[in-house]
Ligand binder design. Sequence first.
Ligand SMILES: Cc1cc2nc3c(=O)[nH]c(=O)nc-3n(C[C@H](O)[C@H](O)[C@H](O)COP(=O)(O)O)c2cc1C
Length: 490
Amino acid sequence: MTVNTPLCFRGKSILAPMVRVGTLPMRLLALDYGADIVYCEELIDIKMLQCKRVVNEVLETVDFVAPNERVVFRTCERERHCVVFQMGSADAERALAVAKLVESDVAGIDINMGCPKEYSTKGGMGAALLSDPDKIESILTTLVKGICKPVTCKIRILPSVEDTVNLVKRIEKTGIAAIAVHGRKKEERPQHPVHCDVIKAISEAVSIPVIANGGSHDFIREYMDIETFQKATAASSVMIARAAMWNPSIFRKEGLFPLRKVMQDYIKYAVRYDNHYTNTKYCLCQMLREQLETTQGKKLHAAQSTQEICEVFEMADFYEETTTIFTAKKTSLETKIQDEDDQMEDPDVIKMAVRFDKREYPPQITPKMYLLEWCRKEKHPQPIYETVQRPLDRLFCSVVTVAEQKYKSTLWDKSKKLAEQAAAIVCLRTLGVPEGKLCEGENPLIAKRKREDRECSNNRDHGDDLAEPSHKKANFIEGASDMNVPEMPR
Ligand SMILES: Cc1cc2nc3c(=O)[nH]c(=O)nc-3n(C[C@H](O)[C@H](O)[C@H](O)COP(=O)(O)O)c2cc1C
């Protein structure tokens, strides 16, 4: 049974949000080494809103996948009760929509109000919010009211202590669960001293937990220093960024592990969770720091895949074993799904194992166009395509309904368009109607097009610019069916 205790922010060591660094392997490693709470890298609301939630049964993760199929946020059960999702937002409604999208997979939601980078501030996000308390209030209040998980925010300090304390008091009233304070002003760089006194003044002025941040440069070299920083700031908890990026075993009570072991542990998670190799490489380079010029550093820099990264760290066998397990798991899941599909099969659907291969058709001629033409000729309503996407491998299958009969291909395709063409082929073949293939010889649709093009150009010669050849209309109908594809129910 899973216990659903709300996240507590007192007496905790926390992995700070870090763009590119705070992806799943780093978060899990920090947890293994002793971190209590982990923040993900900042993800922008607009980008998240384009994502689809996909359960990845092979990796046993939940993925938020962008339309270009890139995984924007990957999480898993192990961190569900301690991962805080950090978001960049300047809009309460968008922030709420993203929070609702991820709420069931994370332990809390955080709004980044400290990023001084132009890409954040020019959209009114990050540190730009610090000069717009009304906006802060509206985003946080909307989130606190709209979701069940704790809401936090992460700020930088303002030019005066008094203004900072007043702002935090106002923020506290929104009902948030805790506030992380990076003890630097927005113009200050990471090497500037951290203002422990300001964090302390905030800790003493409010009753919500204050999470002190900014100690990596001046304070935190090993585990014991976390407590020193906490005492210096009178904060409830400590959040660590760079010291953890350089060596995440900073969270280990027993002391730091040697970097080589840490990097190998990191790589294990990167392989296990199929982390993109560029991200893995980036994080390992941050750990290597001044050793980047060593032979190992140069080899890492040259690596062009996860496999090559593993080879640099003498982990080729681990890579081999893990990927073999995944391949076997994927095959077995596919077989299971195929069996389930077969059992659930609708006997009224006519099926064939066909795929659409563009090379077999003249340019711009497709089975869908042929089917549409046939329906028009036979005075049937136009074909209706319904497509589902399989979560496991994200392949598509389409069913076309023509004259109240359904047709589909038993082969799954890489895109919705290909799946629709395959369904159209099944229908045309069943009906014994030409499908437009090059090998069919005399091509009535092309002949029809030529005729229409001729008529069209004659019309144009007569000044009738509005005439549109019917093949354009057919193309338009194909495109218009490109609506959102529902996921197959599981
Ligand atoms: C590589 C890197 C990426 C960062 N990305 C984020 C981010 O996504 N969100 C955020 O609030 N702060 C981000 N920060 C700031 C850190 O969370 C933290 O506030 C800052 O580094 C000070 O803490 P430290 O002294 O422990 O490093 C980033 C810092 C680094 C070094």
